[in-house]
Design a protein around this ligand. Structure first.
Ligand SMILES: Nc1ncnc2c1ncn2[C@@H]1O[C@H](COP(=O)(O)OP(=O)(O)OP(=O)(O)O)[C@@H](O)[C@H]1O
Length: 612
């Protein structure tokens, strides 16, 4: 799908509310016409006043009253029409806003993880929040405004030309010149480029600002000042520079336009006086001239509105391009005829993968020729030095990225043929960095299985050893995480994540060793939870502590993107290679870490491990 078709996709979304949008425009035009009516009344009334200036008693009072009522009624009707127009435009706008946000949110969940790695969260947030919000503002407010701002001057100018084309020309020349200047500036390559850069600079500043706030623990711990946070500082500087540049570029055209449109009166008055002097029908001309003087200030407001709307349009066009670019990002390819695996053995067949494309200058393979079978119902552990490729193997099984060479299968079916939904039902995972949503504990656990009953949620929590601490929270399972000072420790979050995975009860389990942050008590709870979770499943575990995978049926030592050694714990130790070195380092680190008094606790943990 290309960006162009996605722009038409956006129009299509707006088109779904076409009826309401047309109604909004029609009522806006109607309101504009009705707003002109009082001026017609003023014209008749002034004419009558001048006609009987010498003898006011002879004035047709009935006529004056009639036109007075016409003016008032037209004004009231104009307000009602404007109200209806704004209601229609707001209903349409909020509906479009809703659809667009849902569509964007659905889409970003379908694109490969690679997109999220390369796109800053702040950037996406700005697109989903700000760019979409601007579309709402445009449709709800500016669309009726623009329609009105175009209709009113057109009607006025048409009427004024009809009354006296020379006076009308005195108005049209400054208006035309002002718009020409504006269009020249807006349309110039310089202006467009500066504006585009300004938009990028705003996004960059947002993104780095969010990163700065997110990294607050590190910022505080290392005493980093906003000034030292170079990306943020340079983004703010760039934003300031571009704001100044835009101000500089637009200052002349904007000031001239503003002065011209706000002082149309000064063009009409002298021309009117000059024309009045050589008129025979001075009374008729006086009526027209007075009307021009009354109407002229009323022209300025809609014309200025048009100028502001022009600026807003530009922002919306840029925002639309960004929305279209997000929607044009290709989602993970889905099979035409999805297949469902019937057994749950995992096989990687000669899998090679790089996060970058081959033609990128940063190209560096993360995995090369990975080939293994993780048998159904068994535990396969991935161990090895940091950066070796363990997490990459796990991520590929979840199709966060697609492999470039080789194939990954579940039960003999290539995962590309399984379909994302089925794949996610087949695999559960517990990562080291658990993400819990700002919602109740129950909702967070239920994410594993939306249809689960409260009893099932509690049963999963009990098995994951988190029921007891949840019960002690102010509202138990209904406690909202992150609200009213309710925050969970790393170990508690891990156990909630295990409960979530337990509830999902998928036949394949991917674990990024979840016990890394836990204290001894938490660790033994997590281990029990994991043992429960792993029962009868095909488990792929990324292990950072070798002691936790000693009992695994297969251990793969991953180094520099390749499997360097494979076998059981005992087989690998006998090889006297990398695994043996890691094991010795692990055991000596454990004894170095623990003092005498803690040694008994360590022994207890070991016993616990061998039991599980
Ligand atoms: N999102 C990413 N984009 C680009 N490169 C990545 C990405 N994630 C990982 N890498 C690179 O891929 C290689 C393997 O990383 P991976 O995270 O799989 O290693 P690991 O063995 O799991 O490491 P650790 O034990 O430290 O978690 C590393 O060189 C890493 O820099």
């Amino acid at each position: 799908m290309n960006a162009k078709s996605e722009v038409s996709g956006l129009l299509q979304i707006a088109g779904e509310k076409k009826g309401l949008l047309i109604a909004a425009c029609v009522f806006s035009v109607l309101s504009s016409v009705l707003q002109i009516a009082p001026f017609a009344a003023v014209y008749v009334i002034v004419e009558e006043l001048l006609k009987h200036a010498g003898d006011p008693a002879s004035m047709d009072k009935g006529l004056l009253l009639y036109w007075g009522v016409v003016a008032l009624t037209a004004l009231a009707a104009a307000l009602v029409a404007m109200y209806v127009s704004l209601m229609c435009s707001h209903i349409a706008a909020f509906d479009i806003l809703y659809r667009l946000r849902v569509r964007l949110a659905d889409h970003v969940a379908k694109v490969p993880m690679g997109y999220h790695t390369k796109t800053a969260t702040g950037e996406l947030k700005k697109i989903i929040e700000v760019s979409v919000e601007k579309i709402e503002k445009f449709i709800a407010h500016q669309l009726p405004d623009i329609v009105g701002a175009v209709t009113i001057p057109l009607l006025f100018v048409g009427g004024l030309i009809w009354l006296d084309w020379r006076l009308a020309l005195a108005l049209l020349v400054p208006i035309g010149f002002g718009f020409w200047l504006q269009a020249r500036m807006f349309g110039s390559e310089d202006g467009r480029k500066a504006y585009r850069e300004f938009q990028y600079a705003t996004e960059e500043m947002n993104a780095t600002g969010i990163e700065y706030v997110r990294g607050m623990p590190a910022v505080k711990a290392f005493g980093v000042k906003a000034d030292d946070f170079l990306t943020f500082r340079s983004a703010v500087t760039r934003y300031r520079d571009l704001s100044l540049r835009i101000t500089d570029l637009y200052k002349t055209s904007y000031s001239v336009f503003f002065v011209l449109i706000s002082s149309l009166f000064t063009f009409v008055a002298p021309i009117g006086v000059a024309l009045a002097s050589d008129r025979a029908d001075s009374r008729a001309f006086a009526v027209t001239f007075i009307l021009f003087l009354i109407v002229t200030p009323s022209l300025s407001a809609p014309l200025l509105k048009l100028m502001y709307a022009g600026g807003a349009m530009r922002e919306i066009v840029e925002g639309n391009k960004r929305i279209a670019a997000v929607l044009a990002e290709a989602p993970v390819e889905e099979p035409l005829r999805p297949l469902a695996p019937v057994s749950y053995e995992i096989s990687f067949e000669q899998v090679s993968f790089a996060y970058e494309s081959k033609d990128s200058k940063d190209y560096k393979p993360a995995l090369r020729g990975i080939d293994f079978v993780a048998k159904a119902g068994e535990m396969t552990a991935l161990v090895g030095p940091s950066g070796g490729g363990k997490s990459t193997i796990a991520n590929l099984l979840l199709r966060f990225w697609d492999v470039q060479e080789g194939v990954i299968k579940i039960g003999g079916v290539p995962i590309r043929d399984i379909g994302t939904e089925k794949l996610m039902q087949t695999v559960s995972f517990v990562f080291q960095d658990v993400h819990l949503f700002h919602d109740t504990i129950e909702t967070n656990i239920r994410m594993g299985n939306a249809g689960a009953t409260r009893e099932e949620v509690e049963a999963a929590a009990k098995a994951a050893c988190c029921h007891d601490f949840i019960e002690k929270l102010p509202d138990g399972y209904d406690t909202k995480i992150g609200e009213g000072g309710t925050y969970l420790s790393g170990g508690e979050m891990q156990r909630v994540a295990i409960a979530r995975a337990l509830l999902k009860n998928a036949p394949i389990l991917v674990l990024d060793e979840a016990t890394a942050y836990a204290d001894a008590e938490n660790e033994s709870n997590i281990r029990r939870g994991l043992a429960e979770l792993a029962k009868g499943k095909t488990v792929l575990i990324i292990a950072h502590r070798l002691s936790s995978v000693r009992s695994a049926e297969q251990i793969l030592v991953v180094k520099q993107g390749q499997i360097a050694e494979r076998g059981t714990h005992d087989e690998l130790r006998k090889l006297d290679g990398l695994y043996e070195q890691m094991w010795l380092a692990h055991t000596s680190a454990a004894s170095w870490r623990l003092g005498r008094t803690e040694a008994s606790l360590a022994a207890a943990v070991e016993r616990e491990e061998s039991r599980s």
